[in-house]
Design a binder for this molecule. Structure first.
Ligand code: OGA
Ligand code: NI
Length: 340
């Protein structure tokens, strides 16, 4: 795995020049002029008691593969603090950020798009990628000491996101009439949370470049804290792109490939991408709830019968499969999908 010699942030400072390997010549850079996604807003606090809210969750995950989660127990003020330290980190001088540089053959650390092949288009995005939970899996040497509140804030955030994830995974199971712990148990006691702090500098060539190319997440579920004012994320629903709206106090929660497999396709892992913006920079924090790499992930028996045949093969260490396929420009899900 290689990496670029320059961060996107440095390239952005050079002015109009955008290197060729960022540019999509075929009109695939995307357009901001698409309809807004009518994505359901789910009150997470009601999922334990309201059958109606549970049905809303189920319907959102089977049609959109995502929902806006509110009433998750974190205040807007606290979420803004998390956003603020993310911004502060990327605004530090380059030499400071480079203390946490991703090393060759590692995915954790500060850096930009991994260059896996010569033909690959590169994303207009710098990121800091860290295991944030459980505590004993953290590589603290890659955790910024600056801004001063980074470590304590992200520690607290990771504990909260872990517990919110479990609430959601349990509700998802109940909504499918499954035993409530089945998703959590399949992910295993050694499931991890990865935090991907994203920074999208202003880009002089919007429409010709992408912040993140179209992909589905390789996770069980992803919990995204979007920028509080700058849009950019889009989802592909029934072959059409839609803008993800911003609700500042919400987490945008989406299904990843491994829950699509476990649910035998009842829940969809949606394709999504991020546009670039010439006017304003954007940040986000995606947290990836990732099953233990030793666990076998295949559809639950209860979700397969004559009318619902098995749609996916069982996979193990999906994150590895994910990168192999991604490198070839293929959708990682192909490794599991049984072709009809
Ligand atoms: C991701 C992702 C979306 C965003 O990091 O996988 O899809 O809005 N991020 O930054
Ligand atoms: Ni994603």
């Amino acid at each position: 795995m290689g990496s670029l010699s320059k961060t996107v942030q440095e390239l952005a400072l050079q002015g109009e020049e955008v290197p060729e390997n960022f540019l999509y010549k075929d009109g695939h850079g995307g357009s901001a002029d698409v309809p807004v996604m009518d994505v359901p807003v789910v009150d997470i606090g009601l999922l334990g008691t309201s059958a109606e809210e549970l049905e809303k969750l189920k319907s959102a995950l089977s049609t959109f593969g995502c929902f806006q989660g509110i009433n998750h127990g974190m205040s807007l003020e606290y979420l803004n603090q998390v956003r603020e330290i993310t911004k502060q980190f990327f605004h530090l001088p380059l030499e400071e950020k480079q203390k946490y540089l991703r090393e060759e053959n590692d995915i954790e650390g500060y850096g930009n798009d991994m260059v896996l092949s010569d033909q690959q288009k590169i994303d207009w995005n710098d990121r800091l990628y860290l295991v944030i939970y459980p505590e004993d899996q953290r590589k603290l040497k890659l955790w910024p000491e600056n801004p001063k509140l980074f470590r304590s804030t992200i520690h607290e955030y990771s504990v909260k996101i872990q517990s919110i994830s479990e609430v959601i995974l349990k509700a998802m199971a109940r909504s499918l009439k499954l035993e409530e712990n089945c998703f959590v148990e399949q992910c295993g006691k050694r499931s991890k949370l990865y935090g991907r702090f994203n920074f999208y500098p202003r880009c002089p060539r919007p429409g010709l470049s992408l912040g993140i190319k179209p992909h589905a997440d390789g996770t069980a579920i992803t919990l995204l804290l979007q920028d509080e004012t700058v849009e950019g994320l889009q989802f592909l629903i029934n072959h059409q792109w839609f803008r993800a709206p911003i609700i500042p106090e919400a987490l945008l929660i989406n299904v990843g490939d491994q829950v699509e497999i476990l649910s035998n396709g009842a829940f969809k892992s949606p394709l999504h991408k991020v546009l670039t913006n010439s006017e304003r920079e954007r940040i986000s924090l995606a947290v990836f709830y990732t099953p233990d790499s030793d666990k076998e992930i295949g559809p639950f028996e209860e979700l397969m019968d004559e009318s619902r045949p098995r749609l996916y093969r069982t996979v193990k260490n999906y994150v590895n499969i994910y990168f192999q396929y991604y490198q070839l420009g293929r959708r990682p899900m192909e490794a599991s999908k049984i072709q009809d």
